[in-house]
Design a protein around this ligand. Structure first.
Ligand SMILES: [Zn+2]
Length: 158
């Protein structure tokens, strides 16, 4: 088992950790592509997508002129705020909080805390933020009772 599951290259400019994305996990854990069901992606930065959500309308050409959105005085801009709101409501994850953590504590600390947060309780690999699934051992996280009904699941239940 690799000791470091996430690398800085997996952290997109918007603060998304591509390492917990189901398309990245399926791709990197060898789950076969299946049309309409299993998507494959090697990560925003790796694919030179820079930022799938924001780049299109970003005057700073995020990922090019700046590495992370937190380097921008406007953060969070309208686009980032929108995707952040969606992810907070649906997946219990905030890009803006991630960015603040990276800025305050540094990349290493952030990557380690992500590893803790999304560790698979069954095999120690990674569970996806999108569906609570581990693509290495097929563990499926459950949505705890009393949690935000919009959340599909909560990472690493204690
Ligand atoms: Zn697992």
């Amino acid at each position: 088992m690799p000791t470091q599951k996430f690398t800085p290259e997996l952290i997109a400019p918007c603060g998304m950790n591509c390492g917990i994305c189901k398309a990245y996990l399926a791709y990197s854990r060898g789950v076969p592509y299946k049309k309409g069901e299993v998507t494959h992606c090697s990560g925003c930065l790796v694919r030179n997508k820079n930022c799938a959500f924001i780049k299109r309308d970003c005057p700073k050409e995020v990922g090019k002129l700046i590495r992370f959105c937190y380097e921008c005085a406007e953060m969070p801009c309208k686009n980032l705020a929108k995707i952040d709101e969606l992810y907070s409501a649906r997946y219990g994850m905030s890009m803006v909080d991630n960015l603040k953590e990276i800025k305050a504590k540094g990349m290493d600390v952030f990557l380690k805390s992500q590893e803790e947060k999304y560790r698979c309780p069954s095999c120690g690999d990674v569970v996806s933020v999108h569906d609570g699934k581990c693509y290495a051992c097929s563990y499926q996280g459950e949505k705890p009772r009393g949690s935000n009904p919009k959340h599909r699941w909560v990472p690493n239940p204690k």
